[in-house]
Design a protein around this ligand. Structure first.
Ligand SMILES: [Ca+2]
Ligand SMILES: [Ca+2]
Length: 221
C-alpha cells in the first residue's frame, strides 16, 4: 500500500530523473553541435610534394630526368610535419599529417587539417623524415574554413638523422642500413624506411647515389 508521502516521494524522484535526462540530452546536443562547428571551420592545407627518386620528381643535380625513379614505392604514405610561421617569423603552429603517393601525377598529395585558430598571412615549411625541412614557395593567407592550395614542392633527401643538415652523420646512418651482399650493420625497419630514399624497399647503391647527388645542398630552410 502506497501512502501519500510515498506517492509524493516517487513523484519527486521521477521529476529529478527527468531533469537529469534533460540536462544530459542538452549536454550531448551542445557538444555534438560544438564539435561539428569545429570541424566545419578547420583550415585545410592541400599539399603537393615531390620526393627525389620517386615518381615524377627530379633531384638536386638532375632536375628533369625521372627514368630511373621508382614508380611504385613500397611505402605510399609519408608522415609530414608542418611548421607555420607568422609575419614576425615566429612559429605560430605545428601539425603532423600524412601525404600519399598519387601514381598518375607521380607525387605525394595530402589534405591536412590545421585547426581554426590561424587567421592571416603565414609562411609554411614542411619536413618529412629523411628529408631537409623546406619552405613552400610564397606566403599564404589562412582563414578558418578555407582549403588553401600549396605550391608544389620538391624535397631534398638525405637528412636521415633529422637534424636539418646533411653530413657525415647521415652518411653513417645510410651505411648502417646499406644491404648489398652483406647484412646491414646497424639498422631496423624504421631506419630502413627513412634511408630508402628511392622508395623500392631496399637500401643499396641506388640510395647511395641519390644521397651523393642530394648533398650538394647541406642545410634546410
Ligand atoms: Ca642530418
Ligand atoms: Ca632504395
Amino acid at each position: 500500500m502506497i501512502n501519500k508521502k510515498g506517492e509524493m516521494r516517487s513523484s519527486i524522484t521521477l521529476n529529478k530523473l527527468l531533469i537529469c535526462i534533460t540536462i544530459l540530452v542538452a549536454t550531448l546536443l551542445f557538444s555534438y553541435t560544438h564539435s561539428a562547428d569545429a570541424q566545419a571551420t578547420d583550415t585545410v592545407l592541400s599539399l603537393s610534394v615531390y620526393l627525389p627518386g620517386i615518381g615524377n620528381s627530379g633531384d638536386v643535380l638532375n632536375a628533369t630526368n625521372t627514368t630511373l625513379n621508382t614508380q611504385k614505392p613500397t611505402n605510399t604514405d609519408k608522415t609530414v610535419n608542418i611548421y607555420i610561421y607568422n609575419a614576425a617569423n615566429q612559429l605560430a603552429a605545428t601539425k603532423t599529417g600524412t601525404i600519399s603517393f598519387e601514381g598518375a601525377s607521380g607525387n605525394f598529395l595530402g589534405q591536412i587539417k590545421i585547426g581554426a585558430t590561424l587567421n592571416g598571412a603565414y609562411v609554411i615549411k614542411i619536413q618529412i623524415p629523411g628529408y631537409l625541412k623546406k619552405r613552400v614557395p610564397g606566403s599564404y593567407r589562412l582563414v578558418p574554413g578555407a582549403t588553401v592550395q600549396m605550391q608544389p614542392l620538391t624535397m631534398i633527401a638525405g637528412d636521415f638523422n633529422g637534424d636539418n643538415a646533411t653530413n657525415i652523420l647521415d652518411f653513417n646512418f645510410l651505411k648502417g642500413c646499406y644491404k648489398d651482399f652483406l647484412a646491414p650493420s646497424f639498422c631496423d625497419a624504421d631506419k630502413t624506411a627513412i634511408a630508402d630514399i628511392t622508395g623500392d624497399g631496399k637500401v643499396n647503391i641506388l640510395d647511395y647515389n641519390l644521397f651523393i647527388r642530394e648533398i650538394a645542398v647541406h642545410t634546410g630552410d
